[in-house]
Design a protein around this ligand. Structure first.
Ligand code: SF4
Length: 605
C-alpha cells in the first residue's frame, strides 16, 4: 500500500449534441393519461421519464398500488349515461373515459353515482398529508383527481368532488373540484405538454425528500446528475468555448468536496444473486417459483426465481421452455458460455424500450470527436486503475513503471485521435502486465504448471493466469452487456471499440476502467488466497483452461469482488462494484443524451 496522493484527475468535456429528442413532438400520444399528470406534479423529471421516454420501474409503492389496482380492475362495470344518473346510487369500477377538449384520458378506479352527480375515487397506496383541518390529499393526487373530474364533466356528468382513498391509513379524503383547482390543473396540463414537446428532460429535484420514495431513483440518480450538471455549468461559465473541439483544453483537476455531496439513494448492494450452472448434461427446470438444477433425475441445487438476478450456463446445459419463459417474463437474462467460458450470448425478454437513448447513441457514435474524447476518458481511467493495482498490491511497487503509467494516463486523457490512443493503451498494457508477476504471492513448484506469468495472451490462453484473466473478462463483459440492455443502450454500438459482428463494443468500452479493479483483482485474489490452485487447470495442446473446480473458485472470487463495497471516488458513498457498473453506465447515458457534459471514469485511490 502507498500513501502517495491520488493523481490529478482530468475530466473531458464533450461537444453538446444536437438534442436527440428533438423529433419527439410528432411521436407523443394524443391523449395525456390523468395518472401522468400526477407524476408531473410530483416531479416533472419523473413525468418525462415515464411519458416521454417510456421508462418505468417498480418500487414498493408501485407494486403495492399495482396489486390494489389489479383487484379493482377485476370487477370492471359500466357507468350509466349522464341522463340516467338521476335518482340512482351506483358504483362503477374501472371506468375509462377521455376528453377531446383537454386531450386527457383517465382510467378511474371507481366512480360513485349519487342522485345525478358522480365522484371519481382513486385508490392510493400510501397515507394522506397532514392538512390544517386534518388529513388532506397530496397536490399530485389532487391534480389527478381533478383531471378525472374534468374528463367526467366533458362527458356530460355533473362532478363537484372526488375522493382519494389512502390504503395505508384506510382514510377517504374528499377533494372539492372548485374553480381554483380546475385552473391549477389546466395550467399543469399545459406545462406537462409543453415539457414533453420541448424534448428536454428537466433537472432533478434538489435535495428533495420525494426522491428516496421515487420508483425511478435508480434510473434518475438525482444527486449524481446534479453534481455533473454543476460541473458542466461551472465549465461553461469559465470557458465558454470549451465545447469547441479545436479549443479543447485539459480542464482543471476536480477535487471532491463534501459540499452538496450526493445522498446514497440507491441500495448499496443487490439482494439478487447470479446462478451458475457448470457441468455436462445438467438440466435446469422450474417447479412453481423455484429453479431446479438436475443431473438426470438427481436434484443438485434449487434457487428461488425471485432471488436470482441471472442464470449462467456453461457448455451443454439444457433449460426447459418454462424456465426460458419465466426468465424472459421476469426480464432476467439467461447467459450462455462455452464450457471454457467464452461468452456466447444471452436469452432475454423484450427489455427496456428506451429507443431515444439508442437513437442518441447511434448519432453520437458517428461523431469522431465525441468518440475520441470518450475513448480517452475510458483509457485514462483504466491506466490509472492499473497503476493503483501495482501501487497497492505489488510486493515492491515499481517506481519507474508507476511514473510511466501516470504519464500515459495523462496522455490518454488529452489524446483526441483513436489510433494514437490505441498506441498509448498498448504501451500502458505492456508496462502493467510486465509487473503483474509481482502481484502473485504463490510459489510455483519447479516443473509443475503454476502461476508464472510473462505476458498477456489469449485465444487460446496458454498459461493458468491468462486462462483466469480471460474468464474473468468474459464475466465482466457479460455483466456490462446486461447493464447496457437494462439501461436501454445497444451493447453492440461502441464509441471506442470498433464495430465487429457479435462484439458487444459498448460493454467493452465501459469495461476498460473496471478491468484492473474487478477482473484482475479477482484473479489475483483467487490465486493468492488459493481459491484456485495449480491443480485446477487442464492443458490441451498449447491451450490451458480451468477445471470445473478451478472455475468454481474463480466464480467465487469474482462474485466476492463484485459484492465488495467501495467508496465512489466522486460521489463519496459506498456501493458494491456491481452497483458501480450500473451507475457509470447511467452517467454515460446522461452524456450521450446531452444532459450532462462529460464522462467521469471510475477510479479508486
Ligand atoms: S428521483 Fe427525484 S428528481 Fe428523479 S425522477 Fe424521482 S423524484 Fe424526480
Amino acid at each position: 500500500m502507498s500513501a502517495e496522493p491520488a493523481p490529478p484527475r482530468v475530466f473531458r468535456a464533450f461537444p453538446r449534441p444536437t438534442p436527440a429528442r428533438a423529433r419527439l413532438r410528432a411521436e407523443l400520444p394524443e391523449y395525456l393519461p390523468a395518472r401522468m399528470l400526477n407524476e408531473f406534479v410530483y416531479c416533472p423529471r419523473l413525468f418525462f421519464y415515464e411519458w416521454v421516454e417510456g421508462v418505468f420501474a417498480h418500487s414498493a409503492d408501485t407494486v403495492g398500488g399495482g396489486l390494489r389496482h389489479e383487484t379493482l380492475d377485476a370487477g370492471e362495470s359500466g357507468l350509466p349515461a349522464p341522463e340516467d344518473t338521476d335518482g340512482i346510487v351506483f358504483r362503477a369500477r374501472g371506468v375509462m373515459l377521455s376528453s377531446d377538449r383537454h386531450r386527457l384520458i383517465a382510467k378511474m378506479d371507481l366512480v360513485e353515482v349519487q342522485e345525478g352527480s358522480v365522484a371519481p375515487i382513486d385508490y392510493k397506496y400510501g397515507s394522506p398529508r397532514e392538512g390544517e383541518d386534518g388529513p388532506a390529499a397530496w397536490p399530485a393526487d389532487r391534480a389527478q383527481l381533478c383531471a378525472q373530474a374534468l374528463v367526467l364533466r366533458d362527458n356530460g356528468y355533473r362532478c363537484d368532488e372526488a375522493v382519494a382513498y389512502y390504503h395505508a391509513t384506510k382514510q377517504r379524503v374528499r377533494v372539492l373540484i372548485d374553480g381554483t383547482l380546475v385552473e391549477e390543473t389546466v395550467a399543469a396540463l399545459q406545462s406537462a405538454r409543453a415539457l414533453a414537446e420541448s424534448g428536454r428532460i428537466p433537472r432533478p429535484l434538489e435535495d428533495s425528500p420525494k426522491c428516496p420514495r421515487c420508483s425511478l431513483v435508480n434510473v434518475c440518480l438525482p444527486d449524481e446528475t446534479l453534481m455533473a450538471l454543476r460541473w458542466r455549468d461551472e465549465e461553461s461559465a469559465i470557458q465558454p468555448t470549451l465545447f469547441e473541439p479545436s479549443e479543447l483544453q485539459a480542464p482543471e483537476p476536480l477535487e471532491r468536496t463534501t459540499e452538496g455531496e450526493p445522498r446514497r439513494l440507491v441500495p448499496a448492494r443487490d439482494d439478487l444473486r447470479p446462478l451458475y450452472v457448470t457441468g455436462y448434461g445438467l438440466t435446469v427446470s422450474k417447479s412453481g417459483g423455484v429453479l431446479q438444477v438436475r443431473d438426470r433425475k438427481a436434484l443438485l441445487q434449487e434457487a428461488r426465481l425471485n432471488d436470482v438476478s441471472e442464470l449462467n450456463l456453461f457448455g451443454a446445459v439444457q433449460v426447459t421452455a418454462s424456465v426460458v419463459e419465466a426468465m424472459c417474463q421476469a426480464e432476467k437474462p439467461i447467459v450462455h458460455f462455452s464450457t471454457g467460458g467464452w461468452f456466447h450470448g444471452m436469452t432475454q425478454g423484450l427489455g427496456l424500450r428506451n429507443v431515444f437513448l439508442r437513437r442518441g447513441q447511434f448519432e453520437r457514435a458517428a461523431d469522431p470527436v465525441f468518440c475520441a474524447q470518450l475513448a480517452g476518458a475510458f483509457v485514462a481511467s483504466k491506466i490509472r486503475n492499473q497503476r493503483t493495482m501495482l501501487q497497492r498490491n505489488h510486493v515492491e511497487p515499481p517506481a519507474r513503471a508507476l511514473l510511466r503509467l501516470k504519464a500515459l494516463a495523462g496522455a490518454a486523457a488529452r489524446c483526441d485521435d483513436i489510433e494514437r490512443l490505441l498506441g498509448i493503451e498498448g504501451t500502458a498494457a505492456r508496462t502493467y502486465f510486465e509487473h503483474v508477476p509481482g502481484l502473485i504471492k504463490v510459489e510455483t513448484q519447479p516443473g509443475a504448471m503454476g502461476f508464472d506469468f510473462e505476458q498477456r495472451n489469449r485465444r487460446p490462453p496458454r498459461d493458468p493466469v491468462n486462462a483466469m484473466l480471460s474468464l474473468a473478462y468474459a464475466f465482466l463483459v457479460r455483466d456490462l452487456t446486461i447493464v447496457c440492455h437494462a439501461i436501454g443502450f445497444d451493447p453492440f454500438m461502441g464509441f471506442f471499440h470498433q464495430l465487429r459482428f457479435g462484439r458487444p463494443a459498448l460493454a467493452l468500452d465501459l469495461m476498460e476502467e473496471f478491468r484492473p479493479l474487478v477482473a484482475d483483482s479477482a484473479v489475483i485474489t483467487a490465486i493468492n488466497t488459493r481459491m484456485v490452485t495449480a491443480d485446477d487447470f487442464v492443458r490441451t495442446g498449447n491451450a490451458v483452461g480451468l477445471s470445473k473446480k478451478g472455475r468454481a473458485g474463480l466464480i467465487r472470487a469474482y462474485e466476492q469482488r463484485m459484492d465488495t463495497l467501495v467508496t465512489h471516488p466522486v460521489f463519496g458513498y459506498r456501493v458494491s462494484y456491481r452497483r458501480v457498473l450500473e451507475i457509470q453506465a447511467r452517467l454515460l447515458a446522461r452524456v450521450v443524451s446531452g444532459e450532462t457534459g462529460r464522462y467521469v471514469g471510475f477510479e479508486t485511490r
